[in-house]
Design a protein around this ligand. Structure first.
Ligand code: SAH
Length: 465
């Protein structure tokens, strides 16, 4: 982001505009929506500007702008449509330290004016860093159509109830009240009875919510997928939107946590406050404790919560506490990793079953039916398989696996740092150790990347070197 959006306090403060032609007119139409004091400096001005001056909506000075005019102003616009005059304004503004905008000149401007959707006090500002004004206009048109014109009025009435609504407990119950007002009760009252019907409807709604029985907590066990926010389910996004508390794994990416409701409490159950790895019993207790306070808890787990996620222990704790819960499935690492290499997990004539294995469990390296796994054509996806690679390799070879059986490791599947390593059972160690895999990695036994194999191999080697 080269420009940071902010909303500036301009009430009663001075905004100066140099120029009185078309460019100035366009900016003035926007500026006149504010409660700032507008001053226009122009030897000649369009009749509309003269008209606004006569109405007292702005002050018009029929002369060029001077440094003294800029002193103490909050913003300055150079709208003379003349390079020399623009450069002069920029110099004066720099000298007097007033942020300036030269109309249609991104490079020489200290700030830019966004496209605006105005439902005062709800204001949406849209910017594209000057790169795509056409896109900004089409986004603006979409939003204009989506935001009801009564929104400004509803918000103003809502604002006058802010204090009264504080009688509802902070969090889910207060949020549900406001959501119902903006989504249904408010617009309905306005449509039926006009402006004066809105406040009584809101008062009634508040009374209803105050007498309703306090809501019980709820826990959603949500799959966050492999890391790319685009691979979240719609239901997962909805759960994140409504969460009071998000308790997440170490593997959940910041881009996904960013989607949680802004006010949500975010708890990292992988580390932080709990030492390097939080004991399972503590996580169970943490979930129950937050839900008991009547909160909507999202327990966010990497991939699919039902795959190597210790889900059952958490579900049992929640059930035992009499708290309602739901499981929202996610895309598991094996699905994302196999997509990355253009293969499928099962294939007619090759393998009619696929195994999801863990490299190690709580007791150490996990044991499996090695004999079955060593058979030609078998496909296995190994989770948490970095440290156990040599153990897996040894067991497979011991049970007669063809040393040339393909092995593919996908690190950081679906993320920008994704890497693919292509090897064989006989080579997987030392190759995997040498590759210094820092991110989560999934190992496929019996699968090589499709077609562009050679290219992928080069990539892997580059990444390793
Ligand atoms: N519930 C998760 C798995 C948790 S176990 C799921 O369904 O994916 C953690 C292991 O998952 C990691 O050690 C790694 O093997 C795998 N994993 C998770 N995210 C991954 C990713 N983006 N790329 C590769 N492997 C990943």
């Amino acid at each position: 982001m080269q420009h940071f959006p902010v909303f500036m306090a301009v009430k009663g403060r001075r905004i100066v505009v140099s120029g009185g032609g078309d460019a100035a007119l366009a900016k003035l139409r926007l500026l006149l929506k504010t409660e700032a004091r507008i001053e226009v400096y122009a030897p000649e001005a369009e009749p509309e500007v003269e008209h606004w001056a006569a109405e007292g909506r702005l002050s018009l000075y029929r002369r060029p702008i001077e440094a003294a005019d800029l002193m103490g102003a909050v913003l300055a616009y150079g709208a003379d449509e003349d390079d020399l005059l623009d450069a002069r304004l920029a110099a004066l503004a720099t000298e007097t330290r007033v942020p300036h905008n030269i109309v249609d000149n991104l490079e020489d401007s200290a700030f830019i004016t966004p496209a605006i959707v105005d439902r005062d006090p709800v204001v949406v500002a849209i910017g594209t860093e000057g790169a795509a004004p056409v896109l900004a206009r089409s986004i603006k048109a979409d939003l204009e159509a989506r935001l009801p014109s009564s929104l400004g009025l509803l918000t103003r009435v809502g604002r006058s109830f802010r204090q009264a609504a504080e009688r509802l407990p902070f969090g889910r119950r207060r949020r549900e009240f406001w959501a119902e007002y903006y989504a249904s009760i408010g617009p309905q009252a306005h449509a039926k009875g006009g402006e004066q019907a809105v406040a009584p409807a809101l008062a009634q709604l508040l009374a209803d919510h105050l007498t309703a029985s306090p809501s019980k907590g709820h826990v959603d066990f949500v799959g966050a997928g492999p890391g790319d926010p685009d691979l979240l389910t719609v239901r997962a996004r909805r759960a994140l939107d409504g969460a009071d508390v998000v308790i997440h794994d170490r593997l959940v990416t910041p881009a996904i946590l960013d989607l949680a409701r802004r006010e949500a409490l975010i708890v990292d159950a992988g580390k932080e406050g709990f030492g390097p790895s939080t004991p399972q019993a503590e996580i169970d207790a943490l979930i129950v404790r937050h839900a008991r306070k009547g909160r909507h808890v999202v327990r966010l787990k990497a991939g699919d919560p039902t795959v190597f996620g210790r889900l059952d222990e958490e579900v049992e704790a929640v059930e035992a506490a009499g708290i309602s819960f739901a499981i929202v499935p996610g895309i598991t690492a094996a699905s994302a990793a196999v997509a990355a290499i253009g293969q499928s997990l099962t294939r007619r004539g090759r393998n009619a079953s696929v195994r999801l294995l863990t490299g190690h469990d709580v007791k150490g390296f996990a044991d499996h039916d090695w004999k079955a796994l060593a058979r030609p054509g078998e496909v296995a996806a190994i989770y948490m398989g970095k440290r156990s690679a040599r153990f897996v390799q040894g067991r497979l070879l011991m049970h007669g696996c063809d040393p040339e059986t393909p092995v593919t490791v996908v690190e950081n599947a679906s993320r920008p740092e994704q890497r693919v390593l292509v090897t064989t059972v006989s080579q997987m160690e030392p190759m995997m150790s040498e590759a210094r895999l820092d991110g989560p990695a999934l190992t496929f036994i019996g699968l090589a990347p499709r077609a562009a194999q050679a290219a992928v191999r080069n990539l892997a080697q580059e990444a390793v070197s």
